[in-house]
Design a protein around this ligand. Sequence first.
Ligand SMILES: *[C@@H]1O[C@H](CO)[C@@H](O)[C@H](O)[C@H]1NC(C)=O
Length: 808
Amino acid sequence: MNSSSLKHVYCHTMTKTQSTIFYCIVVLGLILIKIQLSEESELIIKRPNANLTRVPKDLPLQTTTLDVSQNNISELQTSDILLLSKLRVFIMSYNRLQYLNISVFKFNTELEYLDLSHNELRLISCHATADLKHLDLSFNAFDALPICKEFGNLSQLQFLGLSGSQIQNSSVQLIAHLNISKVLLVLGDTYGEKEDPKCLQHISTETLHIVFPSKREFHFLLDMSVSTAISLELSNIKCVLEDKNCSYFLGTLERLRKTQRLSNLTLNNVDTTWNSFINILQLVWHTPVKSFSISNVKLKGHFNFRRFHYSDTSLRALSIHQVVTDVFSFPQSNIYSIFSNMNIQSFTVSGTRMVHMLCPDQISPFLYLDFTDNLLTDIVFEDCRNLIRLKTLSLQKNQLKTLENIILMSMEMTSLQKLDISQNSLRYSDAGSPCSWTQSLLVLNLSSNMLTDSVFRCLPPKVKVLDLHNNRIVSISKDVTHLQALQELNVASNFLTDLPGCGAFSSLSVLVIDHNSVSHPSSDFFQSCQNIRSITAGNNPFRCTCELREFVKNIGQASREVVEGWPDSYRCDYPDSIKGTPLQDFHMSPLSCDTILLTVTIGATLLLLAAIGASLCLYFDLPWYLRMLWQWTQTRHRARNIPLEELQRNLQFHAFVSYSGHDSAWVKNELLPNLEKDDIRVCLHERNFVPGKSIVENIIHFIEKSYKSIFVLSPHFIQSEWCHYELYFAHHNLFHEGSDNLILILLEPIPQYSIPTNYHKLKTLMARRTYLEWPTEKSKHGLFWANLRASINVKLVNQAEATCYTQQ
Ligand SMILES: *[C@@H]1O[C@H](CO)[C@@H](O)[C@H](O)[C@H]1NC(C)=O
């Protein structure tokens, strides 16, 4: 269903706006699908220089571009390319094709770019052609121009490359009606000397490029007077014979005077004399040409100085590139004087060995001077006051040495906005010379020189773009000339160790500082440079330590568009263990970097431990455990100190246990089973007392036969039994000799007030807390018994006499 029928289906339910929007969406969708399809279908196969003798058979059928240039293919057949139905671009230049039937491409209906230049084609035949935009048959061995009548149908044709040794009017007529952007015509070596290719005028093209036979003296007639071409390029102009004075070529130029449309003239590969060269200039001066360019020039011979007629010219721009000359046999100033007084706006001399240029004799109309790649020195345009209109000057790649001289030179160029003095050997010594840069300068290229930090002490005050890359700058101190207008600063490939702040460059928006020695950049760069739109700081030897964290954070937060080359060119250089790691992946825990944080953390940990300890005490009664452990170790210690034999001599029992009748259940169910399971002999008074003796006598008797005496204390015990023992205690003066053999078990808490006031000893004992407390929690019972057993467990000798209490 196409978009319009979709629209019909939905129209009746929609308002007008809705349907318009819907229609737009559908159309947009179709466009998107189409874009996607065309992107997907792009498949480029390149097999240049592969020693092929045929077009390879194994090509994907989806191939859209096929490049088999620079091979040995001598034949091209329909079957070679038949299946490549998507083929749009076919490049087979530099092969050995001799014959071609253009209809081999009849099934490649998409084909629009066909390059068969630099083959050995002598003949082509055509029956059908695709609708080509680019057809190159130049640099072949055709005799007659290879123009089929089918070419007349190539209405899309933008480029046509032809070659031949004869030009027939009849074949040129076949394409006369086409509007081709560029025609390249290569004239074969046997092209007739006196032939008058007037028919070239019938080719309707904007740009015509004629390549003459390279080895022969220019001896051709060429009349372009009614040509429609705007640009004309002529290659291989050889007129070296002194007696001929280049007359044929000058004649050709002469005839260009009438070509009103012609605006650009380019001569390429010119081999001639100085005299002819100046004559050529002089002739072009009086044609309608506005822009004239000569490249790859070989000059020799003499120059007979004469006046150059500047007036009556359309010329605006002249460029001379790549000139090789003999040793000069005449004063070079004659040439410089002609050049410097030219009344044009734009003048380029590059790639020559020009050593000087004179100041124009009067105010010059030069706006643009480009003297790149010559041998000019510091004295060029010294004290020259006639270049006051000049806006752009390039002295790139010359022999300039002292920046002070260039600063002085610029002083007189009051309109100069752009100065390129890169790739020289400039130094700046700052030896008290005035800093007299012209105020008008906006773009200054000082790259690839020998400048040091001092250069920042004298810079043009209004400069917006400053290129200082590849110099010897070590630091940009804070007190440099304030460059309020500076927007772009390039200091790449220097020896800087830090990023410059923007204190002195308040408008800075682009900073390039890659390939320096920046190891730990200040983190406040982004705060200082609020206007920064782009920073390139990669390929520096970053030290990945704590100090770098802030910078990494800031640079990581800045958006990708701002930080050029992030993250790939930003890598750690130190420490060695992480050398090469992208800064993006460099993380340092905040703890290891911040002392305050570290202190706080340790403090917090200690506090936490204390809190855990406190809660252990509160919830699990830690002090009770500690007390028990203490008593246990004490007992152990004492047991070791008492001589064993003495102990063992009289004893029958491990322990004598005294308790109130109220507590007898606990004694029988808890105490006895827990002691006797370790073979501890226990004597209970209530069962074993000898009748006839008083209670006190009994008590004293059994206490003496027992290693320890255990008293189970409880309020009942105090009330009923304690009085018996008071006497015993008094008798033996127990508390003064030490209470080693006395074990008090506090079965239930005894409030202080419930102890009768005259029980001094009990009060003392209770106050000293020298008793074992029966824990209510079951979990603590184990330790309680262990402790108790430890304090009474001693080896007894006379076991047989045990009569106090016998186990069943
Ligand atoms: C400065 O000149 C160098 C070549 O010497 C060039 O690569 C660079 O782009 C120029 N800088 C500016 C800002 O034009």
